[in-house]
Design a protein around this ligand. Structure first.
Ligand SMILES: *[C@@H]1O[C@H](CO)[C@@H](O)[C@H](O)[C@H]1NC(C)=O
Ligand SMILES: *[C@@H]1O[C@H](CO)[C@@H](O)[C@H](O)[C@H]1NC(C)=O
Ligand SMILES: *[C@@H]1O[C@H](CO)[C@@H](O)[C@H](O)[C@H]1NC(C)=O
Ligand SMILES: *[C@@H]1O[C@H](CO)[C@@H](O)[C@H](O)[C@H]1NC(C)=O
Ligand SMILES: *[C@@H]1O[C@H](CO)[C@@H](O)[C@H](O)[C@H]1NC(C)=O
Ligand SMILES: *[C@@H]1O[C@H](CO)[C@@H](O)[C@H](O)[C@H]1NC(C)=O
Length: 399
């Protein structure tokens, strides 16, 4: 089986968007036509094998795996457990996309298009598009369709320039014995979820933009920006960090904190030593690496038994013009800062503010961090704040 070939920037990434040829109708009935084209493509994918020849830059599905054509051969990427590669109908515009999804999702999305079979028009579209480029091959050239529509092409090329990888750059290995010193990405770690822009298959919320994507876990992302590498020092002008985010804490392990002392809206004597007491939960405290040599230099990790993030906390106190100040503060200026590096005693961390602070109004906040000082990362976007913040006064009159 031979099909037409598409080469567009989007084809660098494992979720390829395929538009219908411009000679086909582009009216409001496109959804069903998209579904019929998806059915036709999926039928044709079933005829492909890993050794089918192909046209560079094109994408397809082979035996349920995502296939990208590099140097005339398919490079297969597993979709991961429970997922299969398939062509799906776009819902917002004419065309299809090739992506990884559950078989149930594939079936439902094709059914939702109203399509029940590959229509004559989509079959002939594929057939005629094929013959347009079919000089490339005889029986087994394999690739998929045509052009990317203008709007998508813009998003895709933005994506392309944001990510450094191309399919041909991905080098993977299955050798796990030297994985932590190897310069090669393990094939089991290729993250197909990072290969979708996020706006093609789903109706995006207003203002939602296409994500940068990568076929190689962004391993060479920092080559796309002109910045020094994050090298363990606190690079003042900004830097690019190649360390993975690491282990993300589960929803049962989201850290939380509350100041015990001084009390919120309380008053502390000016210029007099006082203690800050912070109660923390679900943070395995006492894990604190050298901030001058190992800042942001390793992934977040958790306690293998409890799942709590291995980390520490900080307290920062900023002076405000007034308790009802509405202008944002300048994070570069603060009255007091201290890492709370010890293991919590009885669930609390403490710091001494030696000689106190001059009279005024202040905001005090915790900063819960993983061992390498990065802010704690948890499993879900919507959660209560992982830190505490309160306001208090210093005056010369005593509390
Ligand atoms: C896997 O890596 C180890 C350590 O570098 C090496 O000794 C071994 O030969 C490799 N195995 C294969 C199959 O490449
Ligand atoms: C870390 O990077 C900064 C910025 O490029 C550089 O000034 C510094 O010398 C580097 N330090 C080490 C230890 O690599
Ligand atoms: C993990 O948690 C267990 C149980 O609280 C504790 O005994 C152990 O010391 C912790 N491990 C680390 C590395 O903090
Ligand atoms: C803050 O409070 C002062 C005194 O009550 C008042 O004059 C001022 O308008 C308030 N500012 C804001 C931004 O609410
Ligand atoms: C731990 O906290 C409890 C309750 O807040 C308190 O009664 C107890 O004295 C504290 N123990 C230590 C060692 O601080
Ligand atoms: C506290 O110390 C500051 C600076 O050392 C000083 O200006 C101020 O007068 C002192 N007293 C009070 C009540 O702030």
């Amino acid at each position: 089986m031979v099909y037409a070939a598409v080469l567009a920037t989007v084809a660098l990434f494992a979720s390829s968007t395929l538009a219908r040829p411009s000679y086909l109708p582009r009216d409001s009935s496109f959804l069903q036509l998209n579904g019929e084209e998806a059915i036709a493509l999926n039928a044709q994918f079933k005829t492909l094998t890993a050794t089918s020849s192909c046209t560079d830059g094109t994408s397809a599905c082979v035996n349920g795996e995502f296939a990208q054509c590099v140097s005339g051969n398919f490079v297969l990427t597993s979709c991961g457990s429970g997922l299969t590669c398939a062509a799906l109908p776009l819902v917002n515009s004419a065309g299809t996309s090739i992506t990884c999804a559950t078989q149930q999702d594939v079936d439902e999305r094709i059914a939702a298009s109203g399509a029940t079979s590959a229509s004559d028009s989509s079959s002939s579209a594929v057939a005629s598009a094929s013959s347009a480029v079919a000089s490339a091959s005889s029986t087994k050239a394999a690739t998929c369709t045509v052009t990317v529509p203008a709007a998508k092409a813009t998003a895709s090329s933005a994506t392309a320039s944001a990510a450094s990888s191309t399919a041909s750059a991905v080098s993977t290995s299955t050798n796990t014995s030297d994985a932590q010193s190897s310069l090669t990405l393990l094939s089991s770690l290729v993250n197909t979820g990072f290969q979708q822009v996020g706006t093609e298959e789903f109706s995006p919320e207003a203002g939602e933009i296409a994500s940068a994507t990568s076929a190689n876990n962004f391993i060479n992302f920092c080559a796309t920006v002109n910045l020094p590498l994050t090298n363990g020092t606190q690079v003042q002008g900004g830097s690019c960090n190649a360390a993975p985010m690491g282990v993300i804490a589960s929803t049962n392990n989201m850290p939380s904190a509350k100041f015990v002392h001084p009390p919120n809206l309380g008053t502390v004597p000016a210029n007099t030593t006082f203690s800050v007491v912070l109660a923390v939960e679900r943070l395995q405290t006492g894990h604190f690496v050298n901030p001058d040599t190992n800042f942001f230099a390793a992934p977040q990790t958790v306690n293998a038994t409890t799942g709590d993030i291995l980390g520490h906390s900080h307290v920062v106190i900023e002076r405000l013009a007034a308790l009802n100040q509405t202008t944002p503060t300048n994070p570069g200026t603060f009255a007091f800062f201290k890492g709370l590096n010890d293991v919590a005693v009885n669930g609390t961390l403490t710091a001494e503010v030696t000689n106190g602070l001059p009279s005024g109004v202040y905001r005090m906040a915790s900063i819960n961090a993983a061992a390498n000082h990065q802010p704690v990362l948890v499993a879900v976007a919507q959660h209560g704040t992982l830190d505490d913040m309160l306001h208090r006064r210093m005056n010369g009159l005593g509390a």
